[in-house]
Design a protein around this ligand. Structure first.
Ligand SMILES: [Zn+2]
Ligand SMILES: [Zn+2]
Ligand SMILES: [Zn+2]
Ligand SMILES: [Zn+2]
Length: 308
């Protein structure tokens, strides 16, 4: 299908103004993530009565993560993970005794013999791994929660896709649209201060899935630019089943981009920095806006389709 096709049957047109990102964030009421670390895991391979205790023993009292060898202890036997040990200035965080360099070999041995279920067992992962490879699995487990796509690392909410859709709607007041075509107008009254016009997000529901359209202003090297790109709310292997096109124009000229949506596993800044989207120089954007150089008025249209 041609990327430019189908723009005629536009479905919605909405007028969106830039928001001040900092103000938007400070207004948020953030919920705590639904996937807090599992405090006790019922199926550790170590008999029955002591499983919670064992899990607690393996939890670092400072960072609450599971400890991996080398595991340290103070002269009174309080244990500590190796990364926290470098941060506590040789002082036991539990009893304030001088820490030294005492390893807890018994606990290290226990660790080597353990097999644990993935921490995302409650949301559908049935994998069981030796303690050592668990960490690696959990970092890439496809059941792990997604980060909120709103502001990349700046919003700390995580969860599954239905939860994040609700969160975007309720807490970020994000625009939600049904349909696979879009036709948006971005308006900004003083396009010179590109710093504060950080970004915009619109979510589209189509093919039963959600897509995030980002539109933002930033400094690319010395040049102020605008960028539009699409992210898919799901994993990368599914994102690849879709394509999208986005176009912007005015005064008889037009720029068209065709691409594959990026998974929201790739944070928004990473996608931006890889320039995987439609980039518009500010001078061109103002030219598209018409004669009035004091105001940016960009029409961004596009379409999402499924590759067969
Ligand atoms: Zn720790
Ligand atoms: Zn101690
Ligand atoms: Zn898993
Ligand atoms: Zn958020």
């Amino acid at each position: 299908m041609s990327p430019g096709g189908g723009f005629g049957q536009q479905i919605t047109e909405s007028c969106i103004t830039f928001v001040d990102l900092n103000a938007a964030i400070s207004n948020l009421e953030l919920r705590s993530p639904p996937f807090k670390k599992t405090a006790s895991n019922p199926s550790i391979n170590l008999g029955t009565s002591s499983t919670n205790d064992v899990h607690e023993l393996l939890e670092c009292p400072v960072c609450m993560n599971l400890m991996y060898p080398p595991i340290y202890q103070c002269p009174n036997g309080h244990t500590l993970c190796s990364s926290c040990k470098t941060r506590v200035h040789n002082c036991c965080p539990t009893c304030r005794q001088e820490l030294g360099n005492i390893r807890c070999l018994a606990l290290e041995k226990v660790v080597e013999s353990l097999e644990l279920p993935c921490r995302y067992q409650i949301v559908g992962c049935h994998e069981i791994f030796p303690y050592y490879s668990m960490h690696k699995h959990e970092k890439n487990c496809k059941h792990r929660p997604f980060n909120c796509p709103y502001a990349g690392a700046e919003c700390s909410v995580t969860g599954d896709i239905p939860f994040l859709v609700m969160h975007l709607k309720d807490d970020h007041k994000v625009d939600m649209h049904d349909g696979c075509t879009f036709n948006h107008r971005y308006v900004k009254s003083n396009p010179q201060d590109i710093e504060n016009a950080t970004w915009m997000l619109t979510v589209f529901n189509c093919f039963g899935r959600q897509f995030c359209l980002h539109f933002e202003a930033f400094q690319l090297g010395m040049a102020p630019v605008y960028m539009a790109f699409l992210r898919f709310m799901g994993d990368e292997d599914e994102a690849k089943q879709f394509s999208y096109s986005v176009e912007v124009g005015g005064n008889g000229r037009k720029l068209i981009w065709q691409g594959i949506p990026r998974s929201i596993r790739d944070n928004h800044r990473k996608v931006r920095d890889s320039q995987d989207g439609l980039i518009i120089q500010r001078s061109l954007a103002l030219f598209f806006s018409g004669s009035n150089k004091e105001e940016l008025k960009l029409k961004v249209a596009g379409r999402i389709w499924k590759e067969i």
